[in-house]
Design a protein around this ligand. Structure first.
Ligand code: HEC
Ligand code: HEC
Ligand code: HEC
Ligand code: HEC
Ligand code: HEC
Length: 322
């Protein structure tokens, strides 16, 4: 009975919390903008989200970002692009109801089971672009195999031009509660301040209420299986472990605090490839006790030791992930 009452109270609280966060006063976005015409080529999609024009004024941030895996979110460390092909060849083409039997059948919807997080802006492109991406990765792989370095480099550059750039985070996925806070507007960069912004295409700055919070990163860093897809995929699950293990255990830092501020890495969000992150990752305590054991007359006294090792994960989630 008490349990149920507590449950009702906490339900009321969370509802109030939800509604208060929904007050229109906090709205920083606006009405849902008319969709832009679909990008018809890979190049057009890359251009729409090109980060080059931000480099001039945000040089340090640009350089940090360029070193991160966000800047090559389809290529990855070189593993992601081939794994997308494996998912198509061993997954999509074998599933009887996927509608994909050959590369020509690939659509934006079928690639979304990876692109949802690796390239969310793919939903602004035609199915031809989805097929062009797959064809480009195949040509890149073939050129690599045949030692055709020039072609491989050219294809790699094309694959890298598709990424989680400035305007993916600071516009496309910047606002999470869109009914409450509004939809991102096409002429605005979203961050923590409001005002004019000296850019020909994005001449306004506005606040994205949750961009400084873990939920913002959680959009792509995974809760578990992606149940909202017709065919759930599961890749990153790290945000799930942050919410259900780190926070209940008393953890209080956000992704941004550890990855952007404490690490000193800013927009170069990294994992163990960075020395700073490796240092922040684990504590190792080793206690040892030496003793002697008198075994028997023949063998005499044998030196022995007990070694107690304790490894503590200091990251805000399971490691490794993905
Ligand atoms: C001509 C210079 C210029 C260019 C080009 C430019 N910015 Fe800015 N941007 C600024 C200035 C100046 C500010 C305000 C600086 C400050 O307060 O730190 C700013 C602020 C911002 C903010 C808000 C930061 C915060 O504190 O919340 C974001 C986000 C941003 N820019 C993103 C971009 C993106 C994305 C691009 C490329 C599409 C871009 N900017 C191109 C000059 C520029
Ligand atoms: C739009 C989706 C998206 C958002 C938002 C996003 N990420 Fe990522 N992130 C990715 C993807 C996809 C990769 C992996 C790219 C690859 O290697 O294929 C990645 C890679 C990373 C890595 C590197 C992992 C490694 O193995 O080295 C870190 C660290 C990271 N993200 C942290 C963050 C943090 C912190 C935030 C929030 C401030 C954030 N990300 C927001 C999609 C996103
Ligand atoms: C829920 C979002 C999400 C979906 C959907 C998703 N990924 Fe990922 N993936 C990530 C993030 C975030 C990372 C990097 C961080 C990590 O490893 O935790 C990652 C990492 C990877 C890596 C390792 C990166 C590297 O360079 O070593 C590969 C490979 C990969 N993804 C392939 C895929 C493929 C193929 C699909 C589709 C079948 C897919 N992912 C679907 C979010 C996702
Ligand atoms: C993976 C998502 C992501 C990408 C990609 C990204 N940003 Fe950010 N950016 C953030 C987050 C998160 C913050 C910090 C928000 C906070 O804590 O208030 C931030 C902060 C900023 C700020 C405010 C000043 C600062 O240093 O905190 C500027 C300016 C900015 N970003 C510009 C850019 C530009 C330019 C690019 C592309 C080169 C870019 N961002 C790419 C997520 C991203
Ligand atoms: C308490 C600090 C802390 C918090 C909070 C934190 N991280 Fe991490 N994270 C780390 C450290 C340290 C590592 C490096 C561990 C390693 O890879 O050796 C790491 C690694 C990662 C990786 C790479 C995992 C892998 O194995 O590929 C990703 C991706 C990541 N963090 C994203 C996030 C996101 C997203 C959040 C918020 C939901 C977050 N982190 C919160 C400290 C933190």
């Amino acid at each position: 009975m008490i349990g149920r009452r507590l449950f009702t109270i906490s339900l009321l609280f969370s509802l109030c919390f939800y509604l208060s966060s929904a007050l229109p006063l906090l709205a920083k976005g606006g009405p849902k903008p008319a969709p832009q015409p679909k990008a018809k080529t890979l190049e057009e999609l890359a251009e729409r989200y090109d980060s080059e024009s931000c480099a001039e004024c945000h040089e340090e941030i640009y350089d940090q970002w360029e070193n991160s895996l966000h800047a090559r979110s389809i290529l990855g460390t070189g593993r992601t692009a081939p794994t997308i092909l494996t998912a198509i060849d061993k997954g999509l083409k074998n599933f009887p109801f996927s509608g994909v039997k050959k590369d020509d059948d690939i659509t934006v919807e079928s690639l979304m089971f990876c692109a949802k997080c690796h390239l969310p802006q793919l939903d602004e492109a035609t199915d031809d672009v989805a097929r062009e991406i797959v064809a480009t990765i195949r040509t890149w792989q073939k050129a690599n195999k045949e030692g055709n370095d020039d072609l491989a480099d050219e294809m790699e550059e094309k694959i890298e031009s598709l990424n989680i750039g400035c305007m993916v985070c600071h516009n496309k996925v910047a606002i999470i509660h869109k009914w409450a806070d509004g939809y991102p507007q096409p002429d605005t960069v979203y961050g923590s301040q409001e005002g004019e912004h000296d850019h020909p295409d994005f001449d306004k700055m506005a606040k994205a209420p949750a961009i400084g919070e873990s939920i913002f990163c959680g959009q792509c860093h995974g809760l578990g299986p992606n149940f909202e897809l017709d065919e759930p995929s599961q890749c990153a699950t790290l945000y799930g472990s942050y919410l259900y293990a780190y926070i209940p255990d008393g953890g209080s830092e956000s992704c941004q605090e550890c990855h952007m501020k404490k690490s000193g890495l800013g927009h170069d969000m990294e994992a163990y490839r960075s020395e700073n992150m490796r240092k922040m990752a684990i504590d190792v305590h080793v206690d040892s006790m030496a003793y002697y054991w008198r075994k028997n007359k023949e063998e005499g006294v044998i030196p022995l030791a007990v070694v107690k090792m304790e490894i503590t994960n200091k990251a805000g989630h399971v490691i490794p992930d993905g």
